[in-house]
Design a protein around this ligand. Sequence first.
Ligand SMILES: Nc1ncnc2c1ncn2[C@@H]1O[C@H](COP(=O)(O)OP(=O)(O)O)[C@@H](O)[C@H]1O
Ligand SMILES: [Mg+2]
Length: 231
Amino acid sequence: MSERSPILQAVELSKGYGEGESFVGVLRGISLEISRGEMVAVIGPSGVGKSTLLHLLGLLDRPDSGRIEIDGRHVENFRPSERAALRNRVLGFVFQHHYLLDELDARENVALPLRISGRKAGPAESRATELLEQVGLRERAHHFPDQLSGGEQQRVAVARALAMHPKLLLADEPTGNLDRESSEQVFELICRLHREEGLSSIIVTHNREIAERCDRIISLSRIPGVGEGEI
Ligand SMILES: Nc1ncnc2c1ncn2[C@@H]1O[C@H](COP(=O)(O)OP(=O)(O)O)[C@@H](O)[C@H]1O
Ligand SMILES: [Mg+2]
């Protein structure tokens, strides 16, 4: 796979929910390309399909039609195990709802992807501790999700998404629940990983200030026929 290929290319993606008369088209033929190292914001009103798009790009759901190429590989005909392997090796995902595991403390949640991929407990825990420190939560390592505020949970989820050194971060409103200071801390961390590790990212956000600091903004529109545009 060529290092010069875009990290992600999506062509004519369509996705809707429901069947027959209750079918609702959400994405209608959206195409986008993300260069290696690029940081792209996705904006648009609630319900327009931002999370749907991110789930397709993160291989968590399949489009009704269209193609996706990630890190130089066409994923349409991948088996579930190949999709999971690519997700684990290339992608980091921050969900809109954080999905931390309640029975694991913050450090264990962050270390989980590393443990699943076969890393030993010691190295996995040190990497998790380092990431928690980077999101300002070193003191919270042994707290369980229900002992953390919404913003703290969100930062743990960001740390978890970064645990495997992903090439492409897909973040669904990663600063949505955060106050200004935590939001800045999380965004700065992502920016630093762009500079230092060549990370690429797609960040869904309602925060205009953050969107404007990205390399590019993709704006999803609900108006039929107008489709998505670039600002
Ligand atoms: N699993 C689902 N089943 C049915 N409808 C869904 C599902 N997921 C999302 N939708 C609908 O698709 C539209 C887009 O949702 P979503 O992608 O979550 O938008 P956004 O993230 O931009 O707020 C909404 O109308 C939502 O109700
Ligand atoms: Mg959403």
